[in-house]
Design a protein around this ligand. Structure first.
Ligand code: FES
Length: 124
């Protein structure tokens, strides 16, 4: 069984197998859109908000996603396991970058390679 994962900003979608976390599903299918960091629930760069769908999470850093945010659907994609098709909003580093860029023609998705090579000047 697999589930369809759709990212709102880009409309990108990919399949995620049952038991596979969303970040792993994205990477295994050669897709991008969610920043990749520690892959262990500790850095927060893969933060998303689930807008639609059922899911479960594993242990996430409370510094990255507090209890109030969890209740509102925020999660770390590396610890997010779909139990149905999901509609996600990226709110990690890429999501913040997208929110600041207007008009939308200046849009750029950072690749996982760029992110892992230290694209750390997104606040400018
Ligand atoms: S990649 Fe670091 S918390 Fe998900």
């Amino acid at each position: 069984m697999s589930f369809a994962i759709t990212i709102t900003h880009s409309g990108q979608h990919f399949e995620c197998a049952d038991g596979e976390n969303v970040l792993e599903g994205m990477l295994c299918r050669g897709r991008e859109g969610i920043s990749v960091g520690c892959r262990g629930g500790g850095c927060g760069v893969c933060k998303v908000r689930v807008l639609e769908g059922e899911y479960r999470t594993k242990t996430m850093s409370a510094a990255c996603v507090n209890a109030e945010e969890r209740a509102a659907g925020y999660a770390l994609a590396c610890k997010l396991f779909p139990e149905s098709n999901l509609l996600l909003e990226v709110v990690g580093r890429i999501g913040r970058s997208l929110a600041r860029k207007t008009p939308s023609s200046s849009f750029h998705f950072y690749t996982s390679v760029e992110m892992s090579n230290g694209v750390n000047n997104l606040e400018d």
